[in-house]
Design a protein around this ligand. Structure first.
Ligand code: FES
Ligand code: FES
Length: 168
């Protein structure tokens, strides 16, 4: 088996203790994924495994064996920015930028969750299959990703714009 990272196969590390975060950064040199707390509290290390967001610091690389991993490097399409990347720039969704890769990976998966009709803690009408993506929904769904610079308002605006809502 192999771990498919951004469309290319990589051999899983021999040491079963290696985290997915260290595998991406130290073994594959994909340093777009950031190390924040390294204990599951900040979301900086968020990547996608089979399209679902995971905290790579809490995931063993061995757990991704046979699965498809997408990092921030894989979200950009060739030379073009992902729409979320462009929207983050437009809305000042980052300041130091350290949390940004994790924010964007989480946002891309979050939008898929909304499109599937997956409710959140603040979804008022659980009988409605179509979720209205409000600022409150975005804040709840992105609450696992911390930005110490306080760029949260820009992040919400960027996600709203990509989702087709109105940015403030
Ligand atoms: S580095 Fe993984 S959650 Fe903070
Ligand atoms: S932009 Fe600095 S931590 Fe988010």
């Amino acid at each position: 088996m192999a771990i498919r990272v951004n469309g290319e196969d990589a051999a899983a590390p021999e040491d079963a203790r290696v985290s997915l975060l260290d595998f991406l950064r130290e073994h594959l040199h994909l340093t777009g994924t950031k190390v924040g707390c390294n204990q599951g509290a900040c979301g900086a290390c968020t990547v996608l495994v089979d399209g679902e967001r995971v905290l790579s610091c809490l995931t063993l690389a061995a757990q991704a064996d046979g699965h498809a991993v997408t990092t921030i490097e894989g979200l950009a399409m060739g030379g073009d920015l992902h729409p979320l990347q462009a929207a983050f720039i437009e809305h000042d969704g980052f300041q130091c930028g350290y949390c940004t890769p994790g924010q964007i990976c989480a946002a891309s998966a979050m939008l898929e969750e909304v499109a599937r009709g997956t409710p959140s803690y603040v979804t008022a009408d659980l009988s409605n299959e179509r979720i209205t993506l409000t600022s409150e929904e975005i804040r709840e769904r992105m609450s696992g990703n911390l930005c110490r610079c306080g760029a949260h308002n820009g992040i919400v605006d960027a996600i709203l714009q990509v989702a087709g809502g109105d940015a403030r």
